[in-house]
Design a protein around this ligand. Sequence first.
Ligand SMILES: Cc1cc2nc3c(=O)[nH]c(=O)nc-3n(C[C@H](O)[C@H](O)[C@H](O)COP(=O)(O)OP(=O)(O)OC[C@H]3O[C@@H](n4cnc5c(N)ncnc54)[C@H](O)[C@@H]3O)c2cc1C
Length: 423
Amino acid sequence: MHPCPSSPGNPREVLVVGAGLAGLACALDLRAAGVPVRILEAGDAVGGRMRSDMADGFRLDRGFQVCNTSYPQLRRRLDLRALGLRPFTPGALIRTDAGMRRFSDPTRGLRGCADLLPGRMASGCDLAAVARLAVRDMAGPMRVVKGGGDRTTRAELAEAGISEEFVETFFRPFLSGVFLEDGLETSSRFFHLVWRSMLRGTLCLPEEGVGAVPAQLADGLPSGTLRLGAPVARLTEDGVTLADGTEVPGAVVVVATGAADAGRLLPGLPVPPSRTVTTHYHAAPASPLREPTLVIDARRRFLNTCVLSEVAPAYAPDGRALISTSVLGECPTGWEPPLRSALADVYGTDTSDWEHVASYTVRDALPAMPPPQPLTRTCRFTKGRYVCGDHRATGSVQGALASGTRAAREVVADIARGTVDAG
Ligand SMILES: Cc1cc2nc3c(=O)[nH]c(=O)nc-3n(C[C@H](O)[C@H](O)[C@H](O)COP(=O)(O)OP(=O)(O)OC[C@H]3O[C@@H](n4cnc5c(N)ncnc54)[C@H](O)[C@@H]3O)c2cc1C
């Protein structure tokens, strides 16, 4: 990463506001096209919603999240080997009223697939409907996956022939951890994209935490491109004004913040409602589950839990296990006793000696994506003003990177046409 001190600026530069994934992707592509660019980031590091902290030897992502190896933008932009990606077991464990069940992917091997026998977790009809859905989303062309009408995911699953009972046992608990809402109100187009990426790729974590992803992107920027601790207060005719009153000139401004900040900087921009999530981290003297598997709860006492140190050992110091558990919304007082007891039930272990390490509540974690949901939107806002970020595509790593890519493409095209005067 190459932070630069404040400098007067070049009026022909493109200013990118925000060094999350979208802003970094946009700046990298502008530089690759020979356009001078400067990123102004409010925070003290790059990454936005994808950052990691260290505390007492534990690696704590700012909210549990995962990378998926099938995301085209990740594959294209990152050296995945250098990230040291550590995989989760494909599928998930589900705590049902009848005990723990494993939802596995039979296309990756039959070991551990016993719970897919009819009647164990789902009826034969449900299993056949899920198999049809999997074939459509895994093998079908992208236009089929993305295309067609849009409706809620709940309506789509019903249309696919999946019973209400199996939706409640598996899809609702599993997808609530992806959508960060638990009514399956999210766009079915987005659901199909998510389902395809799960079938085609592997969920994983960089061994040094998810913050390693934006850090690697930032390392590709030339020295002097990035200015940290530079919150933009407003856009002006000639660039932007920082919160401390400094004017930074720029011919073009790309707002690459989250949706709410983008709405403040670009009055009139539609701002979707957002989803909030809290991730709790606990340390245990021994791992309560000796496998790198996501665990979900059919009773929906939490969104998901896993032993992070089983996925990536460097997440915890030697001799300790780090457990992540996410819940929807804020963190109410008195949250811990019921959560500890739910975790004791799910992991089948005593959790009274677990130590609470930290909790992160992330407001505006994801934009809401109700139907009808365009999966990408133009980044052009007004002349010389652009907007990108996950809220302009899909609420995901892939969506944020793709939106930043699109913003750069549109800026470069407008410079070539002479519509804007930068470069
Ligand atoms: C808890 C959580 C779990 C998630 N799980 C997953 C997952 O499993 N898989 C997946 O694909 N995606 C997941 N996501 C979504 C993914 O992380 C985001 O979609 C993506 O990181 C958004 O990137 P962005 O660049 O659009 O926005 P952001 O990351 O929000 O970046 C915006 C940047 O703009 C800066 N900024 C804001 N205002 C200003 C200003 N006025 N001046 C200067 N800078 C400013 C911010 O500081 C920030 O750095 C998750 C997100 C969260 C929070």
